[in-house]
Each structure stands twice: as C-alpha cells, then as structure tokens.
Write a protein that binds this ligand. Structure first.
Ligand code: SAH
Length: 255
C-alpha cells in the first residue's frame, strides 16, 4: 500500500488516495485537499511514506493519515471536540480542525516543545484562521494522560505506538466516542479502534496491521527518552519491550 499513492502535488496525492479507495468519505477528501501537506513536511511531502521531522520523529505516511481520518470521520462532525496525542508536524491535527469547522475544537498534544512551535508555524502557512479562532491549539505535554482541560472528546487520535491502553485517554472519551491507537506487535504496528457506546460500554477492535521497518516506529514515551534514542537503539528498544507491551495493552480489555 505504501508508496503506491505518491503524487506530484497535494491534489495529485489526494486523488491517488481516492482512486486507491483509501479515501472514500467526501469530508475526508475535502479536508486533505484543504490542508497542504507541503506546509508540514520539508522533505518529499507528496510521497506516500513517512518523512523525518527531527527529534526522532516523523510525519506519518499519507495513507496512514487517510486511515485515521476515515476511521474517525463519524466523530469529526462540525462542532466536535477532538484530541490528537503526539501531534508532531501538526498535519493531521489541521485536517481534523478543517473537518470540525469553526464551532469545533481540536487540541494537539506533543511532548517535544520544538515540534509544538514548528506545528504552529506549519499550520499558520495555510490556516492562520484555525489558530486565531482557537479552533486548533497545540500544547507541550505528556499525551499519555490526555488533556483534561478540554475533555471529554468526541474522538481521540494517538499518533505514536502505545505500550498500554492508557485508561486516562479512554476516560476522556465522550459516550459515544472513538479512539484510534497504534500498538506494536513485533514486525509492525496494529491499529486498534476503541469505541465507547452511548451507555459508556467500551470495546476494542483491531482494524489493520501496518508493516514498518525496524527502528521506524515512534513510541508514546517520555520526551527525554525520545530525544536521546538513536535510530538503531530505538529498534532494539522496541524489540526488547515488545512482549510486555502487547501483554499490557490486552490486560485492560482482552480481545
Ligand atoms: N501524527 C503526527 C506525528 C506522528 S509521530 C504527524 O503525522 O505529524 C508521533 C509523535 O508522538 C512524535 O512527534 C512524538 O514526539 C510524539 N510523542 C511520543 N510520545 C509522546 C508523549 N508521551 N506525549 C506526547 N507526544 C508524544
């Protein structure tokens, strides 16, 4: 799937994602057309692959952004309140802000302060209005505990691989609400969708496997650790801790 949808411009990229049926919801298509990925990635923005944004971090691949927006689209309605944990470049956060409209509110939480500054600058290149209206705000914080000040949220996107279910995030979901969260499962990540129904009952479902190169998984961890890891050490870290991570994640809500 990766590499298949690369384009020469933002519109070309989005149209290829539509042709490949990775984008099929009109609101998702319009949001991806309205937010130029070229404002958020210095390197090869229209290639269907993750790109480095520094600090051992990446902007995710366009097909992954499409998968997240499609999965969360029922909860990205005008006026919705949304949390993006690990907002990185700010690209997906801005797409979600486009979808929730001027009455909505999207909070991006990122633990590397330099990336928070950069994500604000990136957003302002095309959507200064999002920041001025306070429809979109980025904060430096540890996203593992969510962002209580604006909770509860109609949906939560987690952009880094979790090592457990992070109950505080589930608590910060509205009923109904949905969370999109990647978990490492050895050779790659699996995406889980956690749904809270209108009665507050929580269920989870594995929706896709994502193959990723060793060392390319970005973890939901503490900022000091992330800044200090080297690419290779990251791969070793992932491998060393993988089985306990999967066990932790499933302890909270067995499949
Ligand atoms: N979705 C974003 C970034 C994906 S990379 C984009 O496409 O641009 C995942 C991001 O999660 C990284 O920027 C990393 O710094 C951040 N991150 C990792 N652990 C975190 C934590 N505990 N709290 C907040 N952000 C975290």
């Amino acid at each position: 799937m990766a590499w298949r949808c690369s384009g020469l411009s933002n519109a070309d990229l989005v149209n290829r994602l539509v042709q490949a049926k990775l984008v099929h919801t009109e609101a998702v298509k319009q949001a991806m057309l309205a937010v130029d990925r070229g404002h958020f990635s210095k390197y090869k923005p229209y290639e269907d692959a993750p790109q480095t944004i520094g600090y051992n971090s990446t902007i995710s691949a366009p097909h992954m952004h499409a998968a997240a927006l499609e999965s969360l689209s029922p909860f990205l309605f005008p006026g919705a309140k949304v949390l993006d944990v690990g907002s990185g470049s700010g690209y997906l956060t801005a797409c979600m802000a486009e979808m929730v409209g001027p009455q909505g509110r999207v909070v991006g939480v990122e633990h590397i302060p330099e990336l928070v500054v950069k994500s604000e600058e990136n957003t302002k290149k095309g959507h200064l209005d999002f920041m001025e209206e306070k429809r979109l705000a980025f904060y430096t914080a540890d996203g593992r505990t969510g962002y209580r000040q604006d909770a509860p949220y109609d949906c939560i996107h987690v952009g880094a691989a979790a090592d457990s279910m992070h109950e505080e995030l589930v608590d910060q979901l509205k009923a109904p609400g949905r969370m999109f969260i990647p978990v490492d499962e050895g050779l790659g990540q699996a995406i889980y969708v956690v749904d809270k129904d209108e009665h507050g009952r929580v269920t989870k479902k594995k929706t896709m496997d994502v193959w990723q190169m060793r060392g390319s998984i970005i973890w939901l961890l503490d900022s000091k650790h992330q800044k200090n890891i080297k690419d290779d050490a990251c791969g070793n870290y992932c491998r060393a801790t993988h089985s306990s991570i999967v066990a932790n994640f499933h302890k909270y809500l067995p499949l």
